[in-house]
Design a protein around this ligand. Structure first.
Ligand SMILES: [Zn+2]
Length: 135
């Protein structure tokens, strides 16, 4: 066995159709099916900017996701779907939508759980709510 290859541990890449099924499942479970159909693309490179995990193109009805191990990938998809159901910003409207999704049991990424301070018992200092957090 090639030890280098066994250490590389590539992230399994889901097929586009698998992601679109995930989108349809989340749409029905957490958004009451109100988000119009989107094409979901997964890419190995950061999306739009360094560290960028996702982008939602309302006009082109496409959500682009950075290839991440699951369940972080699922959480990033929910993040972008929350934009699709509200607006393109991380302001109060989107934050409230994310809180609603959290209460409803949607899978949120570790990053968003921390950023949105949805784990009140982990001792994290919650940032004040702002219209622009630079992410
Ligand atoms: Zn966002």
């Amino acid at each position: 066995m090639n030890s280098k290859a066994s250490m590389a541990r590539p992230i399994p890449r889901p097929a586009d159709s698998e992601c679109e099924e995930l989108f349809a499942r989340f749409n029905s479970a957490f958004f009451d099916g109100r988000i119009p159909a989107y094409h979901i693309r997964v890419q190995a490179d950061p999306v739009l900017s360094p560290g960028g995990r996702g982008y939602h193109d309302r006009k082109g009805r496409t959500i682009t996701l950075l290839l991440l191990p699951r369940p972080e990938l699922d959480g990033t998809l929910v993040h972008e779907m929350a934009h699709a159901s509200t607006n393109d910003y991380h302001g109060p409207r989107w934050v409230n939508e994310m809180r609603r999704l959290f209460r409803r049991g949607a899978p949120l990424s570790e990053l968003d759980l921390r950023r949105l301070c949805l784990r009140p018992n982990d001792g994290v200092q919650c940032p004040p709510l702002a219209d622009s957090w630079g992410w």
